[in-house]
Design a protein around this ligand. Structure first.
Ligand code: GUN
Length: 294
């Protein structure tokens, strides 16, 4: 049996089309959704992500701009800019692209962003809200994965879910969302003793490890839903330079029940959910202001 493919590219496009009307309504009300993306340094992958984020906004009628700093910039300069953006009523979302250079205190920078404009969902207040089951902003990648489950008609209730990776950006919020949706969740990571034991009994596997083709077919229970969050560029071999995920797609295709490809899977969904969060932020602000006028 060949796995059903969950097409993130198509779903992302469908959602982005549906966002246009919301953006238009907000703009007509004087609340054109606006996102600022801050990039420190010249990491090539980050440069591509930031460009795609800004262009994703512009393509659906939102306002967006990037602010780029030299890798040696003083942290206070970035904190001052965040304070200015927090106070700017035309900006609804602020995102600082990670990773930051080593001399930065990442937590301090993320906490400086107003929780109401934290469209990444990384601020402690938003992390707390998610863990209490009442999310305000859901981190974009796991949010996108949840939309893919919805699209694939995957009922998570009572399912055994294994998340591989425990990052603040993907693994931890992913686990929270799966718990909130009624799954039984195991989070595996580099210190996990017997990874195969866990993955082989999982109905759902979410791979967010950052290692190319890490998940093999013999690690899966037949029929499992396999979500590949990885985006790796192959360094050697005949496919050098090509993108691949954390899942060995060809190897898993005949074992999994449903699977996401790379590229064209989770990747396009991440930016889509960033747009969703920014529109949501603008809608909340518009509602508050409309309420205040009454
Ligand atoms: N770096 C890798 N993924 C992300 C993300 O989702 N948000 C931010 N801000 N930085 C990232």
């Amino acid at each position: 049996m060949t796995a059903q493919i969950i097409d993130g590219k198509a779903l992302a496009e469908e959602l982005r089309q549906s966002f246009k009307a919301r953006v238009e309504t907000l703009t007509a009300q004087g609340h054109q959704p606006g996102l600022v993306v801050i990039l420190v340094g010249e990491d090539p992958a980050s440069q591509v992500y930031v460009k795609n984020k800004v262009n994703g906004c512009l393509a659906i009628g939102m306002h967006s701009e990037k602010i780029v700093y030299d890798k040696d910039v003083d942290q206070q300069v970035v904190l001052d800019k965040i304070a200015e953006l927090n106070a700017d009523p035309s900006i609804h979302g602020i995102l600082v692209q990670l990773p930051l250079p080593r001399h930065f205190d990442e937590e301090k920078v993320l906490e400086a962003i107003s929780a109401e404009k934290d469209v990444d969902g990384f601020h402690a207040e938003n992390v707390g809200a998610l863990s209490q089951g009442a999310p305000r902003f859901i981190p974009c990648t796991p949010y996108g994965v949840m939309k893919m489950f919805e699209k694939g008609n995957v009922d998570l209730t009572g399912q055994e879910a294994v998340v591989i990776g425990r990052s603040n950006i993907v693994g931890k919020p992913m686990a929270m969302l799966l718990i909130n949706a009624g799954a039984t969740v195991t989070v595996c990571h580099s210190k996990t003793r017997d990874l195969n034991f866990h993955t082989r009994r999982a109905d759902i596997v979410v791979a967010a490890v950052g290692k190319p083709k890490f998940v093999k077919g013999d690690m899966l229970k037949p029929g499992a839903v396999v979500i590949d969050v990885g985006i790796n560029r192959l360094q050697e071999g005949p496919d050098a330079g090509k993108l691949c995920g954390d899942v060995d797609y060809e190897d898993c295709l005949n074992v999994a029940g449903q699977i996401t490809p790379v590229p064209g899977g989770v990747g396009p969904m991440t930016i889509t959910m960033l747009l969703a969060n920014t529109i949501e932020a603008a809608e909340r602000k518009a509602a508050v202001e409309a309420g205040a006028r009454k």
